[in-house]
Design a protein around this ligand. Structure first.
Ligand code: NDP
Length: 452
């Protein structure tokens, strides 16, 4: 069976050249499925692996728009609709200059299994553009979003594919995208999530990924007989996920000692809390400034062009982007004595670094389980849109907490069922647990629905 998995990986690599991020994501999932394939040989007979590494549809389109100097700009747009066996396609849009088909495919592939773990009926997709929102005026952002939606609208719909935000796509961009969809289609429907609460959005959606990942961390620590209280937490990023991870870690008594953006990292050993947290929200959400300004304002260390992993901490909480913890960073974190890594971002840890953490018996919460709170809350937004109801913040938060608890339990029990535990047998291998449980539900639905 091991050879069969390696053959599928080899074929996938040859068929999709120059897509390293997609190769990495697919390899991580496929290799961890070995115990499930040994137990269920029908998965091989039905060629589920060969089918699941192929997206159902991938759309690439041109986005031409006008900047403030009346110059024509051309970007590339993407929507990769990976798998709709368990529900309509669902997944965010990323606007960042690094966006390529490989990155869209890795994210859509991961999203499929993440959505499956939430227990809500959502298939997997991802989209975006190589457009760089940094330094653009409001008018430029609006015109770009309108042109992007002028093509995207024909591929999505409230029963077909429901995008949301991701890096570079927050409340402002969702507003412009939704407005253009509504204008073109003359329909007010829940075709996007992450909408403003006054026009169909859900309370807690902006907070959901950061809160949810912290709830997942709390569950992982409780398995070790520990809690967040008093723990020093190194967070990377300072965007949507990082901000609300900071808030929830603070609420649960932890101390957030780092933050970063693409220019560098800050180290604040006293913790990003109280007025410093309020400053962070204003800096990033209102003024759209750089994290360096936090260091200047509060007189703490700033490390230019650095990642935040070279500090004393108990927990690493990457919330910026893919591959931001490599084996060198992993060694630093292990030497610092960390007990847990929780992935707020998608695939922030390289395969080698993940292996190092697992070998050391460090509780490792993979993104597809740990950061599923965002899409889960998007699922709750879809439910509210269908019922034309708005649940209160406490009701949504309670549902989010419950969903994260269940995802943790599912990943833990699946890991135990397949004998995938770390060093002393007490700590579950959540990578194996999450991959197998996310995958088997999708695989069963594909088999039940015929050739798909
Ligand atoms: P934001 O755009 O709000 O914030 C991203 C943060 O990461 C910023 O601080 C940004 O810095 C930093 N960053 C981005 N790219 C790089 C890079 N190449 N190197 C260093 N820092 C970088 O995005 P989100 O917070 O929404 O997303 C963060 C991660 O979480 C992503 O991996 C995303 O896929 C994942 N995620 C997000 C969900 C959501 O609901 N938003 C749901 C599940 C996962 P700068 O401003 O300088 O670019």
């Amino acid at each position: 069976m091991e050879k069969y998995i390696q053959d599928v990986i080899q074929h996938m690599r040859l068929k999709n050249p120059s897509q390293p991020e997609f190769h990495q994501a697919a390899e991580e999932v496929l290799t961890s499925l070995l115990p499930a394939l040994e137990k269920h040989p029908e998965l091989k007979e039905k060629k589920i692996l060969e089918r699941v590494v192929e997206p159902e549809r991938q759309v690439i389109f041109k986005v031409a728009w006008m900047n403030d100097q009346d110059e024509i700009q051309v970007n590339r747009g993407f929507r990769v609709q990976w798998n709709s066996a368990i529900g309509p396609y669902k997944g965010g849009l990323r606007f960042h200059p690094s966006v390529t088909l490989s990155i869209m495919k890795f994210l859509a592939f991961e999203q499929t299994f993440k959505n499956s773990l939430t227990s809500l009926a959502m298939g997997g997709a991802k989209g975006g553009s190589d457009f760089d929102p940094k330094g653009k005026s409001d008018g430029e952002i609006m015109r770009f979003c309108q042109e992007f939606m002028t093509e995207l609208y024909r591929h999505i719909g409230e029963q077909t594919d429901i995008p949301a935000g991701d890096i570079g796509v927050g409340a402002r961009e969702i507003g412009y995208l939704f407005g253009q969809y509504r204008k073109i289609q003359n329909k007010f429907v829940g075709v996007l999530t992450g909408k403003g609460v006054e026009w169909g959005g859900s309370f807690i959606r902006p907070e959901a990924t950061g809160y949810g990942a912290t709830y997942f961390l709390d569950e992982m620590l409780s398995v070790r007989g520990e809690g967040i209280k008093g723990k020093r937490v190194a967070i990377s990023g300072s965007g949507n996920v990082a901000q609300y991870a900071v808030e929830k870690v603070n609420q649960l008594g932890g101390i957030v000692v780092t933050l970063s953006d693409s220019n560098g990292a800050i180290h604040d050993p006293d913790g990003v809390k109280d007025e410093k947290f309020e400053y962070l929200l204003d800096l990033k959400q209102v003024r759209r400034g750089r994290i360096k300004e936090y260091a200047e304002e509060f007189n703490v260390d700033y490390f230019k062009n650095s990642r935040p992993w070279d500090v004393d901490c108990d927990i690493a909480f990457p919330c910026a982007t893919q591959n931001e913890i490599d084996k060198h960073d992993a060694k630093q974190l292990i030497d610092s004595g960390i007990i847990a890594v929780v992935e707020g971002a998608n695939m922030p840890t390289t395969l080698e670094a993940t292996e190092m953490f697992l070998e050391q018996g460090i509780s490792f919460g993979p993104g597809k389980a740990a950061n599923a709170g965002g899409v889960a809350c998007s699922g709750l937004e879809m439910a509210q849109n269908s019922m034309r109801l708005t649940w209160s913040p406490s009701e949504v938060d309670a549902r989010l907490r419950e969903i994260m608890k269940n995802i943790h339990l599912l990943a833990k029990e699946t890991a135990q069922k397949y004998d995938a535990t770390l060093s002393d047998g007490r700590i579950p291998n959540y990578v194996v647990g999450a991959n197998i449980s996310g995958f088997t539900k999708v695989a069963r639905a594909m088999i039940a629905q015929g050739l798909f």
